[in-house]
Ligand binder design. Structure first.
Ligand SMILES: Nc1ncnc2c1ncn2[C@@H]1O[C@H](COP(=O)(O)OP(=O)(O)O)[C@@H](O)[C@H]1O
Ligand SMILES: [Mg+2]
Length: 353
C-alpha cells in the first residue's frame, strides 16, 4: 500500500549548515497495517511523514501509494494523494469551528452527507456534541482528537500521525492509544504513527520501524523488536537490558554466567560476545537448587508486577529481575537466578585504545 524507497532529504543548501535529515529510507507497508515509527528526537520522523504526505520534496528516492507513484518520475501534490496527516503540533484552523475543521476536506460532498460524516467522525473520536466549539475552547487532547477526525473524515487510503499523544497526560494517553488503535483497525485504514515513546510504539504497532540518524535500522513485529533488537544500543533504548559476557558454543548455544543458553538470534557471533537478557527472561528458581547466586538489594512494586534488583557477585553487577506483583521475596534474601528463554548474542564492540 505504501512503498518508500531510498528517500534522501537534506536541509540547508550547501556547506557545513547542511543537514541530512533522511539518509536513504526504505519502508514498505501493507494495506490495513498500522506501523509505528520509533526514534529519538531529531532522527527524521517528521521529515519522513512530510515527504510521504507531499509537504517536502526529497532529494532522491521514490514513494508509491496503492501502486501509484507520487514521488519519483512525477510528483503528485499533497491534496491529491489520498493521505490524511495529523501533524505534530495541533494545526487546526483557529477561526473555524470544530465541525468546520473536521469538514474541511469534504468540500466536494453534498452538505447533508457532509454534516452526517462530520457528526459520525466526531462521535468516533469521542467528541460528539463539540461541533460548534472553537479550537481554543478545547483541551490539548481534544484538539488532537479533532485533528485526527479531520484526517480520517475524507476516508483516506493512508493516515499519518505525528506524535499524536505527546501533549496529553499519562492517563489520557493510555486510553486514547487503545481507542485510536481500535478505531484505525475498525476502519481498516493503513496508518503510520510516529513516536519517540518506545512503550507507545510497541503497544500500538502491528510492526515497529526503528529510526536512527535518518535511517530505518530495523522493522519487525513489536515482540521481535523488543526481544531481538538489531544492536545493544537499540536494546537499551527499548527497555532494561542485562548484558553479560558470553562464549559462542555453536549456532544454537552460548555459554555465560547463567549457564549454557539457547540462542534466538546469533547475529553472526563467534568466540567472545555480548549476551542480551531481558529482566522478564530471568526467573528466581524457587527450589533454590540451581542458578546464579545473588542477594536481593532492592525491590520495586508496580501492582501488576514488580522488579527485584539482585546483587550477583559472579557478575560484579546488579541484575534486574521482573516478577509478579505478589511475589514472596524480601530484600536481603539470597536467591538463585535462571534464564529459561532463548537469548540474543552481539559481536563484541572493539574496545577503544
Ligand atoms: N525545515 C527544516 N529546515 C532545516 N532543518 C530541518 C528542517 N526540518 C527538519 N530539519 C532537521 O532535520 C532533522 C530531522 O528533523 P525531524 O524530521 O523534525 O526529526 P524528528 O521528527 O524525528 O524529531 C533534524 O536535524 C532537524 O533539525
Ligand atoms: Mg518530529
Amino acid at each position: 500500500m505504501l512503498d518508500v524507497r531510498g528517500v534522501v532529504k537534506t536541509f540547508g543548501g550547501d556547506g557545513s549548515a547542511r543537514s541530512l535529515a533522511l539518509d536513504g529510507v526504505d519502508l514498505h507497508i501493507a494495506a490495513g497495517e498500522l506501523v509505528t515509527v520509533l526514534g529519538p528526537s531529531g532522527c527524521g520522523k517528521t521529515t519522513l511523514l512530510r515527504v510521504i504526505a507531499g509537504f517536502e520534496v526529497p532529494d532522491s528516492g521514490t514513494v508509491q501509494v496503492a501502486g501509484r507513484t507520487v514521488v519519483g518520475d512525477r510528483f503528485v501534490p499533497a491534496h491529491d494523494r489520498g493521505i490524511g496527516l495529523v501533524p505534530q503540533e495541533g494545526a487546526l484552523f483557529p477561526h473555524l469551528s470544530v465541525a468546520q475543521n473536521v469538514g474541511f476536506g469534504l468540500s466536494r460532498m453534498p452538505a447533508r452527507e457532509r454534516r452526517a460524516r462530520v457528526a459520525e467522525t466526531l462521535e468516533l473520536v469521542g467528541l460528539a456534541g463539540f461541533g460548534s466549539r472553537r479550537p481554543h475552547e478545547l483541551s490539548g487532547g481534544q484538539q488532537q482528537r479533532v485533528a485526527l477526525a479531520r484526517a480520517i473524515a475524507p476516508g483516506p487510503e493512508i493516515v499519518l500521525l505525528d506524535e499524536p499523544f505527546s501533549a496529553l497526560d499519562e492517563y489520557l494517553r493510555e486510553s486514547l492509544r487503545a481507542e485510536v488503535r481500535a478505531l484505525l483497525k475498525r476502519l481498516g485504514t493503513t496508518a503510520v504513527m510516529v513516536t519517540h515513546d518506545q512503550e507507545e510504539a510497541l503497544a500500538m504497532g502491528d510492526r515497529v520501524a526503528v529510526m536512527r540518524a535518518g535511517r530505518v535500522i530495523q522493522v519487525g513485529p513489536p515482540r521481535e523488536t523488543y526481544f531481538q533488537p538489531a544492536d545493544l544500543e537499540l536494546a537499551r533504548f527499548l527497555g532494561e537490558a542485562v548484558v553479560v559476557d558470553g562464549h559462542v558454543q555453536d549456532d544454537a548455544r552460548v555459554a555465560c554466567a547463567f549457564g549454557d543458553l539457547a540462542v534466538a538470534c546469533a547475529n553472526g557471533c563467534r568466540g567472545l560476545c555480548d549476551v542480551l537478557i531481558r529482566p522478564e527472561n530471568i526467573r528466581v528458581d524457587e527450589s533454590g537448587a540451581a542458578g546464579l547466586v545473588g542477594t536481593i538489594a532492592d525491590q520495586t512494586f508496580y501492582g501488576h508486577d514488580g522488579m527485584l534488583r539482585v546483587d550477583v557477585p559472579a557478575l560484579g553487577a546488579q541484575v534486574p529481575v521482573r516478577v509478579l506483583g505478589d511475589h514472596p521475596h524480601r530484600v536481603g534474601d539470597e536467591v538463585r537466578l535462571v534464564v529459561d528463554r532463548a537469548v540474543c548474542t552481539y559481536p563484541r564492540q572493539p574496545v577503544a585504545a
